[in-house]
Design a protein around this ligand. Structure first.
Ligand code: HEM
Length: 411
């Protein structure tokens, strides 16, 4: 990877954006692809029906997609994982995507998210209560002890994973997200439980005894007449929500905390005017979104962008970080301004745009607002325990810190 992109993608993508609209990228193990970094171009790629998310839906490309799947199967990836990669919500196009998204939206409603708020507040308060006890020499890692457990606990609560099973579920999900097949059998010789096994078991139990949770609501959508969720879709949808909603939210909360701690005047403004929180969350999403680029899109026909042609079948990555720092849309884009005003049709692309717009946006916004509010209210003297430049960050597709050491100060 390019060292400048790794060190500071926000500046590096801005430089690329001002040089060219369409840039060719080469990365080891991936076919060469294009990147677009301007706001209008990223929006176009995210929402224009000439682009699809699944390369198998490009006329003439299905054969290549099949070959990749055969290769994965031959290399030990489980058949269920391969099938999941092809058929989960973010990887579907057209009518298939429309049908599944419509069904999931019937269970994952704004009302369900709003009703969850008191529980999000309770979970946040409980995690904050523990922090002073976890501090060593006055320092505690907020990524490990706050930003990570919060979204996982919330998603478990939403889906309906009981409290005493959450550790088991977390291990299965981590192994799966890390791409690791369960390492060998469990101690008693039985096959180790995968995330798929766990969710299938949970669904079996909720089918017998429904509760007021998303798993039970999805089962109802599955069982209703007409266009139904299939058994596999039921399992895969729950896992998709967990995977899509966990790492992104945890790193957004952690990035947001760093942003506020390193901009004390902005933080003071937020403290003076708590009603600013919804706008502050939007600005933080624009300014320190962990998602640097959206999923690849594939051109189903030749598409011209900025005088160059993305040929049919070629991949384009919409660089969200480039788009959200585009001065054509955001004045002085490198400045963090929690009260930033903008045109409604030019909001940030942190949650994507178009038919794949983030399904969990309302939940993520709510979690972040509760987290920032709770943390800075409880610990008014909170401060980074190291210089901002010393915070270690990850080198993958997400802009993320690997640890977040802070001094809590007095409560
Ligand atoms: C889609 C970002 C939290 C579930 C997306 C997309 C983005 C995104 C950029 C669109 C990707 C594309 O079009 O290529 C984020 C960020 C989050 C967050 C920055 C946290 C700050 C969540 C949460 C959930 C969730 C909490 C669920 C509980 C989904 C799903 C999709 C999605 C299911 C796919 C929607 C579809 O394809 O129709 N997210 N997300 N996300 N997100 Fe989120």
């Amino acid at each position: 990877q390019c060292p400048a992109l790794v060190a500071d993608p926000f500046t590096a993508y801005s430089e690329i954006r001002e040089r060219t609209r369409l840039v060719r990228a080469n990365m080891p193990g991936v076919e060469p692809f294009w990147m677009v970094t301007r706001y209008d171009d990223a929006k176009l790629v995210l929402s224009d029906p000439r682009f699809v998310v699944n390369s198998a839906n490009v006329p003439g490309k299905a054969e290549t997609a099949n070959r990749i799947e055969q290769y994965q199967l031959a290399n030990g990836i489980s058949p269920e994982h391969v099938a999941f990669s092809r058929a989960n919500l973010p990887s579907l196009d057209g009518a298939d995507h429309h049908r599944l998204r419509g069904l999931v939206s019937r269970a994952f409603t704004p009302r369900r998210v709003a009703r969850l708020r008191p529980r999000v507040e309770e979970i946040t308060a409980r995690l904050l209560d523990r922090l002073p006890r976890l501090a060593e020499d006055g320092v505690v890692d907020l990524l490990r002890h706050f930003a990570t457990p919060l979204p996982l606990t919330v998603i478990c609560e939403l889906v309906g994973v009981p409290e005493d099973e959450r550790d088991r579920f977390r291990v299965a999900v981590w192994e799966w997200m890390a791409g690791a097949a369960p390492a060998g059998p469990a101690r008693d010789g039985a096959r180790r439980e995968t995330a798929f096994d766990y969710v299938r078991g949970l669904i079996g139990r909720r089918r017998v005894r429904p509760e007021d949770d998303l798993a039970s609501a999805l089962i109802r959508v599955h069982d209703e007449d007409g266009a139904r969720l299939t058994d596999s879709e039921l399992v895969w949808t729950i896992l998709t929500l967990v995977v899509a909603g966990y790492e992104t939210t945890m790193h957004f909360i952690s990035n947001g905390i760093v942003a506020l701690l390193t901009h004390p005047a902005q933080l003071a403004r937020l403290r003076d005017d708590p009603d600013l929180m919804p706008r502050a969350v939007e600005e933080l999403l624009r300014w320190c979104d962990p998602v640097l680029g959206g999923h690849f899109r594939y051109a189903t026909e030749d598409v011209e962008i900025g005088g160059e042609t993305v040929a049919k079948g070629e991949a384009v990555m919409p660089i969200i970080t480039g788009a959200d720092y585009d001065p054509r849309v955001f004045d002085d884009p490198h400045r963090l301004d929690l009260a930033r005003e903008g045109r409604r049709d030019q909001s940030h692309l942190g949650f994507g745009h178009g038919v794949h717009f983030c399904l969990g946006a309302a939940l993520a916004r709510q979690e972040a607002a509760v987290a920032f509010d709770g943390l800075f209210r409880r610990f008014p003297d909170l401060a980074l325990a190291v210089e901002p430049g010393e915070l270690r960050h990850g080198r993958e597709h997400l802009w993320k810190f690997l640890e977040l050491p802070v001094r809590l100060g007095t409560e």
